[in-house]
Design a protein around this ligand. Structure first.
Ligand code: UD2
Ligand code: MN
Length: 570
C-alpha cells in the first residue's frame, strides 16, 4: 500500500516537472506574427490574441506585449478611421513621371523619390526627449488647417494631408482646407475631398499664396488657424504644443521648428533647435543663432524661443486675432514679403511670435520657384517687401532702400488702407520693434568718407579734445593729420567719436567738440550751399575771422567766413 502511494507520488512529481517544462517551452516559443495575433487558441484562454484584445496580460510578458499593442493601434485604428477609403493608387498613378523625364523639372525637387516613398512613411521623432513627457490640457480647441498650393506634386500634397490626419489627435482637426490656387488640374485638389475632413476651395484665377490664405482663413470654421505649405510632413505630437500656447494667450503666434526634407532623396533631417528667424535690411529672411545671452539663460530646451520674424509658411494663430490684426496685406502678390509684414504687425501691435521646440514639421526647402510669377519674380518681391517697408518701417525704410537700390521707383500700389489699419490698431513704432524685439539688427554705418573743410587757404581743425579753429593745412592724403579730417554724415560733423556742437542757440554762440550723440539737437547740421547750417537754430557755422573762434551766425552763404569747401581728405 505504502509502495503504491510512493509510486503515485513519484509519477505525479514527474508529471508535474514535465508539465512545468512544457509550459515554459510554450512560453518561450517565438511570437506569432501580427496577422495570426487575432486568431485565439482554445487552450486555457492563453492565446496571444486574447491577451491583446481583452487586455488579460501577464506581468512577465508585459515588455513584449506593449510594443505589440501600440503597433497594432497605430496600424489598425488610425488609417481606416481617419483616411477613409480613399483610392490612393488611382490618385497617384494618374500623374506619374514619364521615363527619361527630368524628375526635378516640374517641382524643383526629386519627384521620382517623392512618388516612391508612399504616403505613410515613418519619420524619426526629432524632438528633445523631454518633450515626450509634457502634458496638455484635455480641452484643447480644434483647428482648421489651411494649405494653399499651386501645381503641387500629388505625392507631396497627399503626404502633407495624411501626415496631419495620422499624427494629430483626431478631435483637434476640425477640417483641412485646401486652397487650390488655380492649378492646371482641378482634380489634384478635388479628388482629395474623398478623405474625411478635407475640403477644397479653388481660385478662379491665380491669386498667389497671400490672398489664397486669406480665402482659406475666411472659410475656416474653427477658432484656431493652422497654416501649412503643401509639401510638409508633420511629426509626432506637433499640434498640441502650438494649440496649448495659443489657448493660454490668444495674442501669441506660434510656429514649429521646421525640419528639412531633402529635395534630392526626401530624407527627413532634424533642424537645429537653436535657431530663430532674422533678416537683413534688404528684407532677406535668414535663420540665425539665438543670441548668446538668451542661449545661456535657456535651462529648459522645451521652452519657446522668441523670434523677430517667422519663416512664414507654418504657424498657428487664433482666428479672431488674425482678423483683428488685419489678416494679410491682400495687395501683395504670388509669394514673398508677407512673413515680414505679418511679423512686424504682430509684434508692433501687441502680440508675440514664438518657435516651439517641441513641435516639429518637416518641409521640402527648394532652391528655385517651380512656378511662374506673372509680373516676374524680382518685381513681385520688391513690390511686396516695399509695401511692408513703407507701412511698417517708418524712417528705417531708408536702410531698406539703401540695401535694395533697385526698389526705388518701382510701383507698389496704394498703402492707405494698411496705414489706416496701423493707426486704428495704435501700433508701436519700428524703433520700438528694433529696441525691444530685434536689437541685434544693427543700423548700417553709412559710408564714412573723411574730408577736409577748407576756407581760403586754411583748414578747419580740432585743438585738443574740445576746441576748434582754423589752421594752416598740413600734409595730404594719408599724411594729413587726424585733427584736420572730418566725416560729414548727416546730421553729424564728426571726428572719430567727437562731434561738432553748438554751445547756445543764439547768434554768436561758440562751437566745440563733444562725444557724439545722434539724438542731441546741438549736434545736428546740414549743408546749405557752401555753408553748414545748424538744423535747430537755423544759424550757420562762421569762422568770423581767420583768427576768431568759430561760432554760429545768421546764414549768409556768400560770406567767405561761412564758406566751407569739403574736399576728400584721402
Ligand atoms: C517660405 C514659406 C512660405 C511663404 C514664403 C514667403 C515656409 C516653410 N515657407 O517659402 O510659406 O511664407 O516663404 O512668401 O516657411 N503657393 C500658392 N500660390 C502661389 C505660389 C505659391 O498657393 O502663387 C503655395 C505653394 O504651393 C506652397 C506655399 O504657397 O504651398 C509656399 O510657397 P513655396 O513653398 O514656394 O514657398 P517657400 O517654402 O519657398
Ligand atoms: Mn514651401
Amino acid at each position: 500500500m505504502r509502495r503504491i502511494r510512493a509510486n503515485a507520488i513519484a509519477i505525479l512529481t514527474v508529471a508535474w516537472i514535465l508539465g512545468t517544462f512544457y509550459y515554459l517551452w510554450q512560453d518561450n516559443k517565438p511570437h506569432a506574427t501580427p496577422s495570426s495575433v487575432s486568431q485565439p487558441r482554445a487552450a486555457g484562454g492563453r492565446s496571444h490574441g486574447q491577451r491583446v484584445s481583452a487586455g488579460r496580460l501577464e506581468i512577465h510578458r508585459d515588455d513584449r506585449t506593449i510594443p505589440l499593442i501600440s503597433c497594432l493601434s497605430h496600424r489598425t485604428e488610425h488609417p481606416g478611421q481617419v483616411i477613409g477609403h480613399f483610392d490612393e493608387k488611382a490618385y497617384l498613378s494618374r500623374k506619374q513621371l514619364k521615363p527619361g523625364e527630368d524628375p526635378y523639372r516640374e517641382h524643383a525637387f526629386n519627384l521620382q523619390e517623392s512618388d516612391r516613398l508612399g504616403s505613410e512613411r515613418a519619420i524619426r521623432d526629432t524632438r528633445h526627449y523631454r518633450c515626450a513627457s509634457i502634458t496638455f490640457d484635455a480641452d484643447l480647441p480644434p483647428t482648421s488647417v489651411i494649405i494653399t498650393f499651386h501645381n503641387e506634386a500629388r505625392s507631396t500634397l497627399l503626404r502633407t494631408v495624411k501626415s496631419v490626419l495620422l499624427r494629430s489627435p483626431p478631435p483637434l482637426i476640425q477640417e483641412i482646407i485646401l486652397v487650390d490656387d488655380f492649378s492646371a488640374d482641378p482634380q489634384d485638389c478635388q479628388l482629395l475631398t474623398e478623405i474625411p475632413k478635407v475640403r477644397c476651395l479653388r481660385n478662379g484665377r491665380r491669386e498667389g499664396l497671400i490672398r489664397s490664405r486669406v480665402r482659406g482663413a475666411n472659410a475656416a470654421s474653427a477658432s484656431i488657424l493652422t497654416f501649412l505649405d503643401s509639401h510638409c510632413e508633420v511629426n509626432t505630437d506637433w499640434l498640441q504644443p502650438m494649440i496649448q500656447r495659443v489657448k493660454e494667450d490668444h495674442t501669441r503666434v506660434v510656429s514649429p521648428i521646421i525640419d528639412v526634407i531633402s529635395l534630392d532623396n526626401f530624407a527627413y533631417l532634424a533642424a537645429s533647435a537653436d535657431l530663430r528667424g532674422g533678416f537683413d535690411w534688404s528684407l532677406h529672411f535668414k535663420w540665425e543663432q539665438i543670441p548668446i545671452e538668451q542661449k545661456m539663460a535657456r535651462t529648459d530646451p522645451t521652452q519657446p524661443i522668441r523670434t523677430p520674424v517667422i519663416a512664414g509658411g507654418i504657424f498657428v494663430m487664433d482666428k479672431k486675432w488674425f482678423n483683428h490684426l488685419g489678416q494679410y496685406d491682400t495687395h501683395m502678390d504670388i509669394w514673398g514679403g508677407e512673413n515680414f509684414e505679418l511679423s512686424f504687425r504682430v509684434w508692433m501691435c501687441g502680440g508675440s511670435l514664438e518657435i516651439l521646440p517641441c513641435s516639429r514639421v518637416g518641409h521640402v526647402f527648394r532652391k528655385r520657384h517651380p512656378y511662374d510669377f506673372p509680373e516676374g519674380n524680382a518685381l513681385t518681391y520688391i513690390k511686396n517687401t516695399r509695401r511692408a517697408a513703407e507701412v511698417w518701417m517708418d524712417d528705417y525704410k531708408q536702410y531698406y532702400y539703401a540695401a535694395r537700390p533697385s526698389a526705388q521707383g518701382k510701383s507698389f500700389g496704394s498703402i492707405s488702407d494698411r496705414l489706416a489699419l496701423r493707426r486704428k490698431l495704435n501700433c508701436n513704432s519700428f524703433r520700438w520693434y528694433l529696441e525691444n524685439v530685434y536689437p541685434e539688427l544693427k543700423i548700417p554705418e553709412q559710408e564714412a568718407v573723411s574730408s577736409v573743410l577748407k576756407q581760403g587757404g586754411l583748414c578747419f581743425e580740432s585743438h585738443g579734445t574740445d576746441s576748434v579753429g582754423l589752421g594752416e593745412c598740413k600734409g595730404s592724403g594719408s599724411n594729413r593729420p587726424q585733427s584736420q579730417k572730418w566725416t560729414l554724415v548727416e546730421p553729424l560733423i564728426r571726428q572719430q567719436d567727437l562731434c561738432l556742437a553748438i554751445t547756445g542757440f543764439i547768434t554768436g554762440s561758440k562751437v566745440k567738440l563733444e562725444p557724439c550723440n545722434q539724438k542731441e539737437p546741438r549736434q545736428k547740421w546740414r549743408p546749405k550751399g557752401p555753408a553748414l547750417q545748424h538744423m535747430v537754430s537755423g544759424l550757420c557755422l562762421d569762422s568770423q575771422s581767420p583768427a576768431g573762434p568759430p561760432a554760429i551766425t545768421q546764414c549768409r552763404p556768400q560770406l567767405a567766413s561761412q564758406s566751407w569747401e569739403p574736399q576728400l581728405a584721402t
